[in-house]
Design a binder for this molecule. Structure first.
Ligand SMILES: Nc1nc2c(ncn2[C@@H]2O[C@H](COP(=O)(O)OP(=O)(O)OP(=O)(O)O)[C@@H](O)[C@H]2O)c(=O)[nH]1
Ligand SMILES: [Mg+2]
Length: 584
C-alpha cells in the first residue's frame, strides 16, 4: 500500500478529486458536507492501473485548519498537490508547500484541477516553479477536472509512476504510530487510526502509550476497511485497543514499540527556515500528528533549544516543523539534533552548546554521542534513535574509550591516595570510590578495577599483604621469620607490642588475610589452620585437647581457641565427652 496526502488551498478541489479517484467520500462529517468544506482529515483508497493500492489522507485547505492538515501529512511520505486552474497559486498553496518542504517530503505530484473552468497552463507553470524550489523538486503535473472526469486516467497513471519511485519502507524498524483519530466502536471499544510509516503491527502486539502506566495490547487490526492479522508499513491502519479507555489517547499520541523511544520535553534542533534570532519566544511544534506549544531559546544562528509543553517520543534525526499559529506562518522545518541535551546552567554554556550543535547534522552518531556523554546506557542510546554497535564496558553501559582510560587511571590514583590517608584500612570502600569518580553504577567501578588491584570484602585495594601499610607488613614478615618453623606457637602479648602489632595493626593484617586471629592477642599465620587439620588427622581418633596440644607443640592459650575455630568451620567435631574427631 502507498499513502499519499493531499495539499492545497481551500476549495481548490482536493476532496472532489479524491472522491473521483476512489469513489469514496473523504468528507466524513455532516458539517463538512453541509459547508462544502473539509474540516478534518479524510481517508479513502483505490487500486491503480498497476494493481497497487493507494490510500489518500485528504486534508483541509482552509487556513484555520492547517493544524489538522499537519497532523495528516506528518507521517506521510508523498503528496498530491492540488491547485485550481481558475484561481492559481494561493496563500494556503504556499503554506501547505512550506509545510511539506519543512517536513522534508521528497515525493509529489501536481494536479491542476478545475481545468474545465480555466486554462490550466498559467496555474501549472506557477505551481511547478514554486514546488521546484522545495524538497519535492521537479514534479509531474496533470490537468484534471473533478467535474467532467477529464485527465483522471492520466492522473492515475501518474500516481502509479509516483508510487513506483517511493523508497521501500523499513518494516523492521520499531513502530511509532502517530494517532490521527480515535473513536469508540460499539462492542469493540477504543479504536485509533494512523499512518504506519515504518515497522509492522500484529494482533496481540503489546505497545507503549505515553502517559499510560501499563502497555496496551492490539486486540484487532484493520486496514483499508478489512480486519487483518498484521499490517506492515507503509499503511493506513485502525488499531483496536479494547480495554484502553477512549479518553486515554487521541490525536498527537503515539503507539510505540516498547523500550525503543524516550519521551522528551527538551530538544536541541537545527532550523531550516527563519533565523534563530528572528523566531518568537513561543511557537507550535508539529511532529507526527502532534502539535505542542514550545518555548524557543536561540543557541546558534540556526540552532535553538525547544522546551515542549508536553513530552513526545522523539528521536535524533526526526523532522518536525515550527509554526506561528497567530501569524499563520510556517517558521520552517527543524531537524532534531539531541533529545537529551545537557542543561545550560553555567555562564557561557549556551555559546559552548551552540558550538557543539554546529557540528551535528541529525544523523545518529554513536561515537560522537559517547564522546559528548562519556558514559551512557545502551538502552538510552537506542531510545534516542542511535543504533548501538559497540560492546558495553559493564552491564549495559557504553563508554567513550578515552574517558574510560582516564577513569582507569583515576581508580589507581584514588585507591593509592586512600591507602595513604587510611593506612590501616584494607582498601578503599567500593562505594567511596564510586562517589569519588562520580560513577552512576557500582558495576562500572567493578569493571575498572584491574590487577594488581582487586575487590575484596567490598573494598578496592592491592591483593594480599601488599595491601598492608609497610610497618605492619614488616611486622608480619618478622612473625613469619620467627614462627615459621613452629606454626602453632603464637607470639606472646609483650612480643606483639615489641613488633608494633597493636589491636588496630592486627585488625588490618587480619582483614588483609596476613594474620589469623584466634582470640585477643592470640594470632597465628594464616596457613596454620590447614596445617593443624593435617596434624590432627594423623592422631588416633577421637583425640583429647591435651593430645592435640602435644601434637601441635603448643600451649592451651592457642590450642583451645584453635580447636573451637576448627569446630566452627566444621573441620573438627566435638563429641559429648569433650574429645574430638577430624571431619573428613
Ligand atoms: N467545475 C469544477 N468544479 C470543481 C472541480 N473540483 C472541485 N470543484 C468544486 O469546487 C468546490 C470545492 O471543492 P472541494 O473538493 O470541496 O475542494 P477542497 O479542496 O476539498 O476544499 P477544502 O477541503 O475545504 O480545502 C466544490 O464546489 C466542488 O464542486 C472541478 O474540477 N471542476
Ligand atoms: Mg476538501
Amino acid at each position: 500500500m502507498f499513502v499519499v496526502a493531499t495539499a492545497g488551498h481551500v476549495d481548490h478541489g482536493k476532496s472532489t478529486l479524491v472522491r473521483a479517484l476512489t469513489g469514496m467520500e473523504p468528507d466524513r462529517w455532516a458539517e463538512e458536507r453541509r459547508r462544502g468544506m473539509t474540516i478534518d482529515l479524510g481517508f479513502a483508497w483505490t487500486t491503480l492501473p498497476s494493481g497497487a493500492t493507494v490510500a489518500f489522507v485528504d486534508v483541509p485547505g482552509h487556513e484555520r485548519f492547517v493544524p489538522n492538515m499537519l497532523a495528516g501529512v506528518g507521517p506521510v511520505p508523498a503528496a498530491l498537490i492540488v491547485v485550481a486552474a481558475d484561481e492559481g497559486w494561493m496563500p494556503q498553496s504556499a503554506e501547505h508547500l512550506a509545510a511539506l518542504d519543512a517536513l522534508g517530503v521528497g515525493y509529489g505530484l501536481l494536479a491542476v484541477t478545475r481545468a474545465d473552468l480555466a486554462d490550466p497552463g498559467p496555474a501549472t507553470a506557477q505551481a511547478r516553479a514554486e514546488i521546484g524550489a522545495t524538497s519535492l523538486g521537479a514534479v509531474e503535473a496533470v490537468a484534471v477536472s473533478g467535474r467532467t472526469g477529464a485527465g483522471l486516467a492520466e492522473l492515475r497513471a501518474a500516481l502509479d509512476r509516483l508510487t513506483a519511485r517511493l523508497p521501500a519502507p523499513t518494516v523492521d524498524d520499531p513502530v511509532r504510530l502517530w494517532v490521527d483519530r480515535s473513536f469508540t466502536v460499539r462492542g469493540s471499544g477504543t479504536v485509533v487510526t494512523g499512518t504506519l510509516g515504518a515497522g509492522r503491527l500484529r494482533v496481540g502486539d503489546v505497545l507503549e502509550l505515553a502517559g499510560a502506566d501499563e502497555p496496551v495490547r492490539v486486540r484487532g487490526l484493520h486496514s483499508l476497511g478489512e480486519a487483518r492479522p498484521e499490517a506492515a508499513a507503509v499503511a493506513r491502519v485502525a488499531v483496536n485497543l479494547r480495554g484502553t479507555p477512549r479518553d486515554r489517547l487521541g490525536r498527537g499520541d503515539a503507539l510505540l514499540t516498547p523500550g525503543r523511544f524516550q519521551h522528551t520535553d527538551l530538544i536541541d534542533v537545527r532550523l531550516a527556515g527563519d533565523a534563530a534570532a528572528d523566531l518568537p519566544a513561543t511557537l507550535t511544534l508539529h511532529v507526527g500528528s502532534a502539535a505542542v506549544p514550545v518555548r524557543v531559546r536561540p543557541l546558534g544562528a540556526d540552532t535553538v533549544r525547544l522546551r515542549l509543553s508536553r513530552p513526545l517520543p522523539l528521536l535524533v534525526g526526526d523532522r518536525a516543523l515550527l509554526r506561528d499559529p497567530g501569524r499563520h506562518h510556517v517558521a520552517g522545518g527543524v531537524r532534531v539534533l539531541d533529545v537529551a541535551p545537557p542543561p545550560l546552567a553555567r555562564r557561557g554554556a549556551a555559546a559552548a552548546r551552540a558550538q557543539v550543535l554546529a557540528a551535528l547534522d541529525g544523523r545518529p552518531d554513536l561515537v560522537g554521542e559517547l564522546r559528548r556523554r562519556r558514559l551512557v546506557r545502551a538502552g538510552a542510546m537506542i531510545r534516542m534513535g542511535v543504533p548501538v554497535r559497540a560492546a558495553p564496558v559493564a552491564g549495559d553501559w557504553l563508554a567513550d574509550p578515552e574517558h574510560w582510560r582516564r577513569l582507569g587511571d583515576q581508580v589507581t590514583e584514588e585507591v593509592a591516595r586512600y591507602a595513604r590517608e587510611h593506612p590501616l584500612e584494607p582498601g578503599m570502600p567500593v562505594d567511596a570510590l564510586r562517589q569519588r569518580l562520580a560513577l552512576p553504577d557500582r558495576l562500572l567501578v567493578e569493571a575498572l578495577v584491574r590487577p594488581p588491584l582487586r575487590i575484596h570484602a567490598g573494598r578496592v585495594g592491592a591483593a594480599g599483604a601488599d595491601a598492608l601499610p609497610e610497618p605492619v607488613a614488616r611486622a608480619v614478615r618478622r612473625v613469619r621469620d620467627e614462627y615459621g618453623d613452629r606454626p602453632f606457637r603464637a607470639p606472646e602479648a609483650d612480643r606483639l607490642v615489641d613488633l608494633g602489632l597493636g589491636p588496630r595493626e592486627i585488625g588490618a593484617a587480619v582483614r588483609a588475610g596476613a594474620l589469623l586471629r584466634l582470640a585477643d592477642n592470640v594470632v597465628l599465620l594464616p596457613d596454620a589452620l590447614d596445617d593443624a587439620v593435617r596434624v590432627l588427622a594423623g592422631l588416633p581418633q577421637p583425640f583429647t585437647l591435651s593430645a592435640a596440644r602435644q601434637a601441635l607443640d603448643t600451649t592451651r592459650r592457642v590450642a583451645v581457641p584453635l580447636l573451637e575455630l576448627l569446630d566452627r568451620r566444621g573441620a573438627t567435631r566435638r563429641l559429648p565427652d569433650d574429645a574430638r574427631i577430624v571431619v573428613t
